[in-house]
Design a binder for this molecule. Structure first.
Ligand code: HSE
Length: 402
């Protein structure tokens, strides 16, 4: 029997206990032995809850119990998660976590400590919730050089953008409703400003290329500046707006960013709507592959956490090789990233000025919008675009996959 401890009895922690309880027999069969939750750590008490009997408030009880071979960390945030996880690995216990902040900031170090101690540090649930993506990158796509990873990695923003498009409502109205329904946090900044997606694409990129990608180096733009008028244009063009976390290898350099894109109808991610996540990977031998599913939520996330626990039970005494060296990866400058831009300008700028400045453009017309017009540029680098766009009265601009 493998004894585990769950750190944090919030949404995901209670999900982990539920998954292990409800699927006890099938999980035991797959793991090769029974999995028993010996402790749950939380600062709170849960009177009447079945975990009451195994609840502890002092982490040392878990750390000093040699019967606990696996620690599940679902506290979120860096502290005290980092201290708890590091000490568990040093004490010879494997760790499964859903904590993207922790993995993005300390992944390379914790993987190295796990290796030195012949245990495992696994984090399937840190990206894409229940969608298998970490294990496929680490274990399945090993014959390929990965040329692109692009994901809709945040359910909250995908829900907001989908609703804005379905209902024609503005950002603030939809955000408020998403908060009421529990799809968005009371403080939505990490989601709507793209910080959550940024950590997730940093993790995927670090794993895909085997080096440390610092999330602080990734250009990040959220969705809070997307308006109902942008959505109107996007519908007219048949190019829904999606928040992408994307990394592309171009001529040996990796370019990484988080930003809203207008997505063309042929793109594999165009139909990923609502709270769902989708991750598209291109390998130089495999070609395109897609991963789709629930990127958040109690049971989907817990399912991924428990799948790591099963892997850790199966690999007791063996470190599963994972390449994520501490050496920092230098990302390509965003100045050189090229795409076609969708641009809205005030009609104080003339269309002739736009043609003179940008050359070949396609103008886009929508009804019931006055005082402005919009156009689509040819493909150009970010630097070229910025040099030209400072000369016009720009309202907004959105990158496109066109
Ligand atoms: N806030 C995140 C999302 C939760 O909306 O996708 C999962 O990481």
């Amino acid at each position: 029997m493998a004894n585990i401890a769950v750190l944090g009895y919030g949404t995901v922690g209670s999900g982990v206990v539920e998954v292990i309880t409800r699927n006890h027999d099938s999980i035991a069969k797959r793991a090769g032995e029974e999995i028993n939750v010996k402790y749950v750590l939380d600062l709170r008490d849960f009177p009447g809850d079945p975990v009451e009997k195994i609840l502890v408030h002092d982490y040392d009880v878990i750390l000093n119990d040699p019967d606990v071979s696996i620690v599940v960390e679902v506290l979120g945030g860096i502290n005290p998660a980092y201290t708890f996880v590091k000490s568990a690995l040093l004490a010879g216990k494997s760790v499964s976590t859903s904590n993207k902040e922790l993995v993005a900031a300390h992944g390379a170090e914790l993987i190295a400590i796990a290796k030195e101690n012949n245990v495992n540090f696994l984090f399937e649930a840190s990206v894409g919730g229940g969608i298998p993506i970490i294990r496929p990158i680490n274990q399945s796509l090993t014959a390929d050089e990965i040329t692109e990873i692009t994901g809709i990695l945040n359910g909250t923003t995908n829900y907001i953008l989908s609703k804005m498009s379905d209902e024609g409502s503005d950002f603030e109205t939809v955000l408020k409703r998403a908060q009421e329904k529990g799809y968005a946090e009371r403080n939505p900044e990490a989601d709507v400003e793209g910080y959550d997606a940024c950590r997730k694409i940093a993790i995927l990129t670090s794993l895909a290329y085997g080096k440390q990608v610092d999330y602080q180096d990734i250009y990040t733009e959220g969705i809070s500046k997307i308006t109902d008028i942008d959505i109107k244009y996007s519908k007219k063009m048949g190019t829904p707006i999606k928040l992408f976390g994307t990394s592309k290898m171009i001529d040996g350099t990796v370019y990484s960013m988080v930003a809203p894109f207008m997505v063309d109808s042929e793109h594999p991610l165009v139909n990923v709507n609502g709270v769902f996540n989708g991750i598209f990977v291109n390998g130089n031998m495999l070609g395109d592959t897609m991963f789709y599913g629930k990127g958040a939520g109690k049971l989907p996330t817990a399912s991924a956490v428990v799948s790591d626990v099963v892997d850790e039970v199966k690999h007791n005494g063996t470190n599963i090789m994972m390449i994520w060296e501490p050496e920092k990866m230098v990302l390509g400058s965003m100045d050189n990233f090229a795409c076609r831009f969708f641009v809205r300008v005030k009609d104080t700028t003339s269309k002739d000025t736009i043609k003179e400045l940008f050359g070949e453009v396609e103008f886009v017309e929508v009804e019931d919008v006055s005082g402005e017009f919009a156009f689509l540029t040819a493909s150009m680098t970010q630097k070229e675009f910025e040099e030209k766009s400072v000369k016009v009265d720009m309202i907004n601009r959105i990158r496109t996959t066109l």
